[in-house]
Ligand binder design. Structure first.
Ligand SMILES: *Cc1c(COP(=O)(O)O)cnc(C)c1O
Length: 230
């Protein structure tokens, strides 16, 4: 038995999201919570679903497929981790949104698969703003080429950008990184003339600053489901 109060945590996180949005003079409804279920079992996810939560995130395709199969079909699943080409078919079939698209090769593959998929998948381009070598994502300098490739894919709906801050980043560094993603988005939007409304940024440790800098999707696991052993 888990002693984690998932429903209570979910309510507290929602309240903290709303407070952060209001402090930034934003409408709290413009920030969507993706509850990150990696390492937690389907029962825990079901508790969040029963409490009215419908958006869930996994960083591995296999886990995403497994949990999606154990939960009601009305749940929206977000693939938040790096996607390998050989898992693209399963990802397209199951996930409503792919947050970490980071290469033209992957785009080509997704576009081919999406042509026969039941719905047009939403994708976000992962950008490595911090330059941390262990993070995936393209550099800001490569972002406009990747966006151009994404916009050529008529079966994919490219809606914005995603980034992660390094684990050890200070608050000012987090602000720099998340603000950097927003400014890059603004520039890409101006240059392309295409709306990129979504900014997927912020985790348990840094979502308040991400919201202050414009996050529209926050990906939160530990603050809801409890600390992981990893
Ligand atoms: C695990 C993970 C999260 C959530 O992190 P928490 O610290 O549990 O909130 C967010 N985004 C990605 C890409 C992750 O892998």
């Amino acid at each position: 038995m888990s002693s984690v109060d998932i429903v209570g945590n979910l309510a507290a996180v929602r309240q903290q999201i709303a407070a952060a949005a209001e402090a930034a003079e934003r409408d709290p409804r413009t920030v969507r919570l993706v509850a990150v279920t990696k390492t937690v079992g389907p029962d825990a996810v079901r508790q969040a679903w029963a409490a009215g939560h419908g958006d869930f995130g996994e960083n591995q395709v296999q886990e995403l497929v497994r949990k999606a199969g154990a939960l009601p079909a009305a749940c929206a699943w977000h693939l938040i981790g790096h996607l390998q080409g050989n898992k693209a078919r399963a990802a397209i079939a199951t996930a409503a949104c792919l947050h970490a698209v980071d290469s033209a090769e992957l785009l080509d593959r997704l576009e081919r698969l999406a042509a026969t998929a039941p719905r047009r998948p939403t994708i976000l381009l992962q950008i490595n703003i911090s330059g941390e070598p262990s993070k995936s994502g393209v550099s800001p300098a490569q972002a406009s080429d990747l966006l151009r490739a994404a916009l050529r894919c008529e079966h994919l709906s490219c809606r914005g950008l995603m980034t992660m801050a390094p684990f050890a980043a200070s608050a000012p560094e987090q602000q720099q990184i998340f603000g950097g993603l927003r400014r890059l988005r603004d520039r890409l939007q101006d240059d392309s003339g295409v709306a990129l409304p979504e900014l997927s940024m912020g985790m348990s440790r840094d979502f308040r600053i991400a919201i202050q800098e414009g996050a529209t999707l926050v990906r939160i696991g530990a603050a809801i489901f409890g600390r992981r052993a990893d």
